[in-house]
Design a protein around this ligand. Structure first.
Ligand code: SF4
Length: 363
């Protein structure tokens, strides 16, 4: 692999060019305006398998509600899940919450500084530990996420399945590239390069700051994309007016059982058989992707008088539409209720830059 044989001078040049590009081109993201390890931790957990655009508002709301590790530890889980709604992969939120409680109970309410100690926390893997330790504390440890992996494969020309590129091998190569005097900025620059220039399907090599050091310059497919599965699911939207509560309406929702393997305890619309209501057209069709499955969702309006026909109707609960933002909805339920104007979209009031302790306000 060419990169492994770069001379010290070439390696210095690579780092300098990448860092200079990052300084000039880094996106202005809320978690980049702080070195607070707690804020970086929250952002890195949210960013796992989730698009930056989807994380920005959720992160700002989350830090506004839970500005410190201690405030997160003292929160109840339902409130944490409510703020996580829409990000998916709710196990991340539960692990973040339980790790915060552990840190308050056993470590005086602060995060450890080294990546090795961080790695021992529940839900904190190599990637998150390296990101927090390098960005918040300047530890010289390389971050390898999906973006960095793709950049490394293309830079070096290594093939997927190359025995040198096991997870450990990739980490070793990333460590050789790492700028020892600016590990946090370097790690962020590599991730930014993967996210904005060295794109999965069509890398923008003509704009790449390290093109001169790249072995493949776009002639590398990196890892093949996963085959997506398709699944059809249907839900019922059942509403009724609430007496004595102005013009408010209530929506019938079902709570997923605590034993559910996915999203236990979260609220969703009542399910319908996959064929939907015979002869009726859905009031909404929406596609929802989770991991490697595309869900094709039909939502059917149902009269409240017929709601008892729904399977599991005894466990359904009427929730005031005014209270919907206070309960942990599944991402799909949230998406459907917003598209149908049952749940208000969050309005964001920004005033300058959101800093920890003075974040943007959502109403
Ligand atoms: S030159 Fe192209 S393939 Fe190589 S790192 Fe840059 S964007 Fe990626």
């Amino acid at each position: 692999m060419e990169s492994v044989t770069l001379t010290d001078r070439q390696m210095q040049s690579f780092r300098a060019e990448l860092l200079s590009w990052f300084t000039e081109n880094a996106r202005d993201l809320p978690w980049r305006r702080t070195h607070d390890p707690y804020c970086i931790w929250v952002s890195e957990v949210m960013l796992q398998q989730t698009r930056v655009a989807a994380v920005i508002d959720r992160y700002t709301q989350f830090i506004h509600k839970f500005p410190s590790l201690v405030s997160l530890a003292l929160a109840n889980e339902a409130d944490v899940l409510t703020l996580w709604s829409g990000l998916g992969y709710y196990r991340r939120a539960r692990m973040l919450h339980s790790a915060a409680q552990l840190l308050v109970r056993e470590h005086g309410g602060s995060l450890p500084k080294s990546s090795a100690e961080l790695r021992r926390l529940p839900g904190v893997g190599d990637y998150t530990a390296a990101a927090i330790a390098s960005i918040a504390h300047g530890e010289s440890v390389a971050v390898v996420d999906g973006n960095v992996e793709r950049v490394m494969l293309r830079l070096t020309g290594a093939e997927v399945g190359d025995k040198h590129l096991s997870a450990t091998g990739l980490k070793e190569i990333a460590s050789r590239f790492l700028a020892p005097d600016a590990p946090g900025a370097f790690n962020q620059a590599m991730m930014e390069l993967g996210a904005t220039v060295c794109l999965p399907r069509a890398p923008l090599c003509a704009s790449c700051p390290v093109q001169a050091h790249c072995r493949t310059r776009g002639e590398h497919t990196a890892r093949p994309r996963k085959q997506m599965l398709s699944k059809k699911i249907n839900y019922a939207l059942v509403r009724k007016s609430q007496e004595g509560n102005g013009n408010s309406t209530a929506v019938l929702l079902a709570r997923r059982p605590p034993s559910a393997s996915q999203m236990p305890g979260m609220w969703e619309l009542p399910g319908l058989p996959a064929k939907g209501e015979d002869g009726n057209e859905p009031i909404l069709r929406v596609r929802h992707s989770v991991t490697n499955t595309n869900y094709y969702v039909g939502v059917y309006a149902m009269d409240a008088n017929n709601a008892s026909q729904l399977a599991g109707s005894l466990s359904h609960v009427w929730i005031s539409s005014k209270k919907l933002h206070e309960i942990p909805l599944t991402g799909l339920a949230r998406k459907i209720l917003m598209r149908l104007d049952v749940l208000a979209k969050p309005r964001q009031v920004r005033s300058g830059k959101a800093l920890p302790g003075s974040p943007s306000i959502f109403i």
